[in-house]
Design a protein around this ligand. Structure first.
Ligand SMILES: [Fe+2]
Ligand SMILES: [Fe+2]
Length: 243
């Protein structure tokens, strides 16, 4: 399997590996700055190609931060492999996430982040935004890189298949369609309002974990996803509550 590299914003890179057996892309993102950050480690089995790709952008012994959307194998399976290979790296995740998950799972003590807390990377800055259960997991959060306006949205907008590195095309239809496969998003009454809050950020690129990076009208895309999820929630919950 080959991991391709695309610069999706100034000094923000997308590493992408398509796994044919699963018919899905696994993407990681690298913010090159004085304190470089990796968002998503990938599965343990993807550590060799992903770490080799990362090293072409940032030497492993200079990696400072490791983050991921939530605790799940494809988001952070290789976390401890990266901690071993990058001696100055620290995992940064939400405070509750550290308490219930990462303090125990990570081989080194993580840095817990408060909701809204910023990590100054030196030239780039990432803001932690807690999004519990969106798309899934109590510990879920997104990171927003404020200099380039890049939203590291994790599993939001997940789609199957292989696609181009970036797109301005529709990303909502495929995301809604992917919900048919096992309902991966924990749809609640809070889902759409939280995604609409993300739409109020000045987003220039939405960095999908499973799909292309969206570089079109990001506010419209986020609002469209929120509307689609709201309709799915209504369609599922009203019959259930009234039957
Ligand atoms: Fe996930
Ligand atoms: Fe994922």
């Amino acid at each position: 399997m080959e991991t391709t590299i695309t610069e999706i914003a100034d000094d923000v890179f997308r590493l992408s590996t398509f796994v044919p057996d699963a018919n899905i892309m696994f993407n990681q993102f690298v913010v090159r700055a004085e304190e470089p950050l990796l968002f998503h480690t990938g599965l343990r089995m993807l550590f060799p190609p992903v770490s080799e790709a990362l090293a072409r952008i940032v030497p492993l012994d200079e990696l400072r931060w490791i983050a991921f959307g939530h605790v799940e194998a494809d988001e952070c399976g290789a976390m401890n492999q990266f901690l071993a290979a990058a001696p100055t790296a620290t995992v940064a995740h939400g405070a509750i996430a550290c308490m219930v998950q990462v303090n125990d799972l990570a081989d080194r003590k993580p840095r817990p982040l408060a909701d809204g807390e910023v990590i100054e990377l030196g030239g780039r800055r990432v803001r932690n935004i807690d999004t519990p259960h969106i798309p899934h997991g109590w510990d879920a959060h997104v990171l927003f890189e404020e200099v380039t306006g890049t939203l590291f949205c994790g599993d939001l907008f997940t789609r199957f298949g292989e696609s181009e590195p970036t797109t301005t095309g529709d990303v909502i239809e495929a995301a809604i369609a992917s919900e048919a496969f096992g309902a991966p998003t924990a749809l609640t009454a809070a889902t759409a309002p939280m995604i609409r809050q993300l739409a109020e950020l000045d987003v220039h690129a939405i960095a999908l974990m499973h799909g292309p990076t969206f570089v079109g009208d990001c506010r419209e895309a986020l609002r469209g996803l929120a509307d689609g999820y709201a309709q799915m929630f209504i369609d599922a919950s009203v019959p259930a509550l009234t039957s």
